[in-house]
Design a protein around this ligand. Structure first.
Ligand code: NDP
Ligand code: 2IT
Length: 445
């Protein structure tokens, strides 16, 4: 395999799809050695078959706003790879959504889902719809129109969407209602459902909890823990909320949150009712974090800045892709940060990751560290299939065990000669091997 040639060819086919090309390059560079050591992969042309999605659906989503105007957005579903199970992955509603972003997310999801140990393939979807400032009625009408197109392509054994940026419990409810009406079936076709109608306990918290469990495992390899550590978190959405809760439980102190407008620094720590306030802030549909600094006098707001300039022991980027760049990485390193663990998908740029590796820091890549969300979606699917409902402790224990297993898999494949663990390499190889071997078993189709 020659990574540069593959990426150049891919770029010719898909010019300008920068996020997708970035995600593919990272995986190929990590697995190059294993791939070349196993000629049967090349003989089956696994790479060409893996880097293109199985299929991509794009559709128009017309809806009527509160003023009676007819709006039109673009909708997408990408079914990337189903070698190990039904396509599975979230829906993102954000104005920045385009094919490149959804293809990067769908590609990452293949390996992430493989790492969870559960039978789920990779997919992703969404829309350039902007939920900011929309009423509940507008969100409902948009979701219903979106599902009117999507329903025929998905199913509990075919493709199971869930939430991502801009899609939480409310949106999943509206989407599920329309699916059920069209399909006339009460099946677990979406995950992240409400607790009264087939949802799983812990799913809302799962990505953030899982990220902190993963960081806890990484810290333990150095004899460290969250106890007494200061932590920078970015974002203030679903993932950030779960992470902040769990850091507090484990004795750490979270001192930042961020939004597209900048970040808040709260040296007193974000705990107790401040965590509940995050939900209020998110539900306000305003998409800015600044109001936190009006609500809590202890906090200061830094407009247009990244939280990574604050001196912390641990950094958990939980907002969006490429939100932590080389300069941010230098700031963290100069401030003696020991661990960076990705709650979001691909939040650190390749240059930032290079620096973390050169400085032998603990670095947990998103496809391993944020797999707790989709893993708990998998547990929701199991409960739906069995028509059972597990208690909080049971789900949390399973999530914890899955995160520990993912950490083990990363150690197995990521340990380098000097004993440093390259978790990027570990996660990519472990995720890849299971998918590639399944593709080999199932022939060419
Ligand atoms: P939410 O919509 O709940 O929150 C996203 C947060 O990131 C918001 O605070 C959002 O603010 C902020 N954000 C979005 N774009 C930017 C930007 N360009 N600059 C700074 N902040 C930004 O989404 P989630 O918490 O669910 O998702 C966060 C990340 O975690 C994403 O990368 C997602 O793919 C990933 N993830 C989510 C999982 C899940 O189960 N939900 C599972 C695994 C990963 P705003 O809305 O104002 O833009
Ligand atoms: O990026 C992700 O893993 C998610 N948004 C969750 C996907 C899911 O199917 O639960």
């Amino acid at each position: 395999m020659n990574v540069d040639i593959i990426i150049n060819d891919l770029e010719k086919k898909h010019p300008g799809e920068v996020e997708y090309l970035q995600a593919v390059r990272e995986v190929l560079e990590s697995i190059e050695e294993v791939y070349n050591d196993n000629p049967h992969f090349e003989a089956a042309n696994i790479i060409d078959r893996l880097i293109e999605p199985d299929r991509v659906f794009t559709f128009k989503v017309p809806w009527v706003d509160d003023e009676g105007n007819i709006q039109v957005n673009l909708g997408y579903r990408i079914q990337f790879n189903n070698a190990i199970g039904p396509y599975k992955g979230g829906l993102r509603f954000h104005p920045s959504v385009n094919l490149s972003i959804l293809k990067f997310l769908g590609f990452e999801q293949i390996f992430k889902n493989s790492l969870t140990t559960l039978p789920m393939g990779g997919g992703k979807g969404g829309s350039d719809f902007n939920p900011k400032g929309k009423s509940d009625g507008e969100i409902m009408r948009f979701c219903q129109s979106f599902m009117l197109e999507l329903w025929n392509y998905i199913g509990p054994e075919t493709d199971v969407p869930a939430g991502d940026i801009g899609v939480g419990g409310r949106e999943i409810g509206f989407l599920y209602g329309m699916y059920k009406k069209l399909k006339r079936e009460n099946t677990g076709v979406l995950t992240g459902k409400g607790i009264n109608w087939g949802g799983s306990l812990i799913r809302p918290e799962a990505t953030g909890f899982g990220c902190v469990y993963f960081a806890k495992e990484m810290l333990a390899t150095k004899g460290e823990s969250f106890e007494g550590k200061t932590v920078a978190v970015s974002g203030f959405g679903n993932v950030a909320w779960g992470a902040v809760q769990k850091v507090n439980e484990l004795g750490g102190k979270v001192v930042t949150l961020s939004g597209p407008d900048g970040y808040v620094y709260d040296p007193d720590g974000i705990s107790g009712d401040k965590i509940d306030y995050m939900l209020e802030l998110r539900a306000s549909n305003e998409d800015i974090v600044k109001p936190y600094s009006y609500e809590y006098q202890s906090a200061e707001f830094h407009e247009g800045q990244h939280p990574w300039e604050v001196k912390v022991d641990i950094a958990l980027p939980c907002a969006t892709q490429n939100e932590l760049n080389k300069e941010d990485a230098e700031n963290l390193i100069n401030n003696d940060c020991i661990c960076v663990c990705e709650g979001a998908n691909m939040p650190c740029t390749p240059e930032a990751i290079d620096l973390f590796h050169k400085n032998k820091m603990l670095f947990g890549p998103g496809k391993a560290a944020n797999a707790g969300g989709v893993a708990t979606s998998g547990l929701e699917m199991s409960q739906n299939t069995m028509k059972l409902h597990w208690g909080r402790e049971e789900v949390d224990n399973r999530l914890h065990e899955i995160m520990t297993n993912i950490h083990e898999a990363c150690l197995k494949h990521g340990i380098t000669e000097d004993g440093y663990v390259d978790y990027v390499k570990g996660a990519n190889i472990a995720g890849f091997l299971k998918v590639a071997n399944s593709m080999l078993d199932q022939g060419i189709y």
